[in-house]
Design a protein around this ligand. Structure first.
Ligand code: ADP
Ligand code: MG
Length: 269
């Protein structure tokens, strides 16, 4: 396999516990350059923890996180070097469910802070890059506004620009539209769709199934810290093979139906 055919990211045997709570029980996934991987699954199944482990916000207990071209970080090893951690963190940038913008900084300052502080980008370059990116998501005129002066959708678009300004190889999105009023979801999904079309490599936790069907190259269904099922969106979302996947998708599509009155909805393990 030539280097360019290798997946950009390969994760093997990722494990993470918080105290007695085993949150990830051996997660394997890989993402090819330019692909969009969508993670779905019930609340508490470990989706956010996976993203946080990839972005260095959590330290896995075990497993290997390997980027093509490095770093290759083995968390099962007795010690992980600071250089490896930093290299890993710099490969990806994360967009959170809540935008997490600094309220006391302007839009421009929010976007330039990371490149200037963390990457040592000269201020003038960081500003030029930020202005270009803000224009691309239709927010050029908001550069000097404060987050509180923006709508939720605009705030989230600034959050995306902030991630892009770090020039990562991989973009991680953690339910980027789930905190938005319904009428604001579309504008954020439009930006994500454009990024996908431009060839960005992305891992997106989302329950916008129509969007997932359209942009995902692969969908992974998580439950209780394991990947229960994975496949092309047309297969997994339309005709899941596993009962757990089917039940989850049914609940998502028919949230008002309530618990199964027959009491048979708990699958035997
Ligand atoms: P999801 O994103 O799928 O809803 P999470 O990855 O956020 O799931 O959480 C998985 C489990 O890990 C949950 O039981 C959650 O309570 C627990 N958890 C997540 N982060 C922490 C933490 N920092 N400390 C303790 N428990 C945590
Ligand atoms: Mg989550």
């Amino acid at each position: 396999m030539s280097p360019t055919d290798a997946p950009l990211l390969q994760v093997t045997g990722l494990e993470k516990s918080f105290g007695d709570n085993r949150v990830l029980e051996g997660v394997d996934l890989s993402v090819r350059r330019g692909d969009v991987l969508v993670l779905i699954g019930p609340s508490g199944s470990g989706k956010t923890t996976v993203l946080r482990c990839l972005n260095g916000l959590e330290t896995p207990d075990a497993g290997v996180v390997a980027f093509d071209g490095g770093p290759v970080v083995d968390f099962s090893a007795p010690k992980v070097s600071k250089a490896d951690r930093t290299a890993l963190r710099d490969r990806s940038a994360m967009v959170f469910q809540h935008h997490n913008l600094f309220p006391h900084l302007t839009v421009l300052q929010n976007v330039t802070e990371g490149p200037i502080q963390a990457h040592g980008v000269p201020k003038a370059d960081a500003i030029a890059r930020a202005e270009t990116l803000l224009a691309r998501v239709g927010l050029a005129e908001k550069r000097d506004a404060y987050p509180s002066e923006l709508s939720g959708g605009q705030q989230q678009r600034v959050g995306i620009v902030r991630a892009l300004a770090l020039q990562p190889q991989l973009l991680l999105f953690d339910e980027p539209t789930s905190a938005l009023d319904p009428e604001l979801v579309g504008e954020v999904l439009t930006v994500l769709r454009e990024l996908a079309n431009e060839g960005w490599t992305m891992v997106i936790v989302t329950h916008e199934l129509g969007f997932a069907r359209e942009v995902a190259d692969e969908v992974l269904f998580f439950d209780e810290g394991v990947i229960v099922e994975r496949g092309a969106p047309a297969d997994l979302l339309r005709a899941p093979k596993k009962e757990r996947t089917r039940r989850f998708l049914n609940r998502l599509l028919h949230p008002l139906d309530g618990p199964d009155p027959t009491g048979t909805s708990e699958l035997p393990e």
